[in-house]
Design a protein around this ligand. Structure first.
Ligand SMILES: [Ca+2]
Length: 189
């Protein structure tokens, strides 16, 4: 019996290792990304790198997020690689309407979804252009939490083209329930 128990334990251990190996094959997002719903421009940076600074350097676009009083707050920090002299008044502005996170509780890598006008979600559902799309590449099936800004609300779908299981609409999701690591398409409106 002892031998059988030993074999059973070995089989169980093997099964656990296999399960761990398969879960390790899930997408792993290493750095932050940005996509603009108007221009459809996008960019990703490596682990620990500054996405706002990189977007500013490459596109001359300054990313803002919503402050506590609804005011735009620049994500381009003074400590970034952006020099003060390059931060001219001609810099284009874009606004973070949604942030999707690879981990729960707004943790892990971030995907910033922006638009050149932070008031579009207050225009009303008939005229508001949806900021919608697919979670491409490493962002497919990894979203674990999200938040929205400036009156926007967000929803995620399991499948492409806004079909299958969903989570939302909501403005803050510290977790996404049964949709964890499953989101393939999204809308902000
Ligand atoms: Ca999916």
């Amino acid at each position: 019996m002892k031998r059988i128990a030993s074999i059973a334990a070995t089989v169980l251990l093997g099964l656990v290792l296999v399960l761990n190996a398969s879960s390790a094959q899930a997408n792993e997002v290493v750095g932050d990304c940005w996509v603009d719903g108007g221009s459809k421009r996008s960019l990703c940076v490596g682990a620990g790198e500054d996405i706002a600074g990189a977007v500013f350097e490459q596109f001359g676009i300054e990313i803002f997020t919503e402050g506590l009083k609804g005011e735009p707050v620049s994500l381009v920090s003074g400590d970034s690689t952006v020099s003060e002299t390059s931060r001219g008044v001609s810099a284009a502005a874009t606004y973070t309407l949604g942030i999707f996170y690879a981990h729960a509780n707004k943790g892990g890598a971030k995907l910033f979804v922006t638009y050149g006008d932070h008031t579009i979600c207050s225009w009303g559902s008939i005229v508001t252009p949806n900021l919608a799309g697919a979670f491409g590449g490493v962002w497919n099936n990894v979203i674990s939490s999200f938040e929205t800004n400036w009156g926007c609300t967000g929803k995620i779908w399991d499948l492409a083209n806004y079909s299958g299981d969903t989570f939302g609409w909501t403005t803050l999701a510290n977790s996404v329930g049964g949709m964890n690591d499953r989101a393939t398409s999204y809308q902000l409106t």
